[in-house]
Write a new protein. Structure first.
Length: 286
């Protein structure tokens, strides 16, 4: 059925949309008072969207539950120090290579393009280095071994994010520093009971921390949703929830964003201009 539909002339690339909302503190005495919902298409590649076609959206929501346990603060302190240590080791083993210029053809002539940075940081990723890194972090590890794996994964994520920003000229040639206290829990450290609405987090071997979202103000909002990897803070635990929704594309709008104006186009309405400090104007064109 969908094969018979003609492709829409507008090529849409739907990546990620965030809808953030704040809630009244009086209605949420038993849990976190803030949450957000994120909708995005599972594929990050550009694709041709057709009117009437079906699209699968991934919905995410995150809420926090208050917790009072000294073991959480102790874990975060160790996580904070060990994460910075992992970043230091990876940083000291980065190789810096000269970036080669690219030749491109413009207006019939070859031109040389140079990036914003002369040196390209090569992050060590071989198995031998990762084993050495894990063994080094395991020396002072009083917690479950999977916490070290979570730290290594987070350290690589931070270094890769810095490298991407550095090559774009948005970051200096300086080692990333951890400033906020947190601990990102791996899914292998969690056991979720959806019937009882509880999460059991492994702290140390045979030592657990149990968190429940039963009776919280957002319990009905996440009914039937899947639990993701939680984040531990000193006085609360952030629980992400995930769900999927199939929607039908009824209309498509292509948007062009400028500094003071947002211009959209759809065949049903025409051009839509959103200007700063002005009302919305519709210009229908045939």
């Amino acid at each position: 059925m969908l094969e018979n539909l003609k492709p829409h002339p507008i090529k849409a690339c739907i990546q990620k949309y965030k809808l953030q909302s704040k809630y009244n503190t009086e209605t949420s005495p038993a849990g976190g008072r803030r949450g957000y919902t994120t909708l995005h298409v599972k594929s990050k590649k550009s694709f041709d969207v057709r009117e009437g076609s079906l699209l699968t959206l991934e919905l995410k929501r995150a809420y926090y539950v208050l917790v009072r346990d000294s073991r959480v603060s102790d874990l975060i302190t160790w996580y904070f120090v060990t994460l910075q240590k992992a970043i230091d080791i990876i940083w000291d083993n980065i190789r810096w290579e000269l970036r080669k210029p690219k030749l491109v053809r413009r207006n019939g002539t070859l031109q040389t393009l140079m990036g914003l940075k002369l040196h390209n940081p090569i992050i060590p990723k071989d198995e031998r280095f990762k084993k050495m890194l894990r063994d080094e972090l395991m020396k002072d590890n009083p917690y479950a071994a999977h916490w070290v794996d979570a730290i290594i994964r987070k350290a690589y994520s931070i270094i890769k994010s810095w490298r991407k920003r550095y090559l774009k000229g948005k970051a200096r040639k300086a080692k990333p520093r951890i400033k906020r206290r947190f601990a990102k829990c791996k899914i292998t450290l969690m056991k979720v009971d959806y019937k009882e609405k509880t999460i059991r987090i492994t702290m140390k071997p045979h030592e657990y921390l149990e968190v429940s979202w039963r009776g919280t103000w957002f319990e009905k909002r996440v009914e039937g949703w899947l639990v993701g990897e939680v984040t531990l803070k000193d006085n609360r635990i952030i629980i992400p929830f995930k769900n999927y929704k199939v929607v039908k594309i009824m209309d498509i709008i292509g948007w062009d964003s400028n500094e003071l104006e947002l211009t959209g186009y759809t065949p049903r309405i025409g051009f839509i201009h959103l200007r700063s400090k002005t009302t919305t104007k519709h210009e229908n064109r045939i």
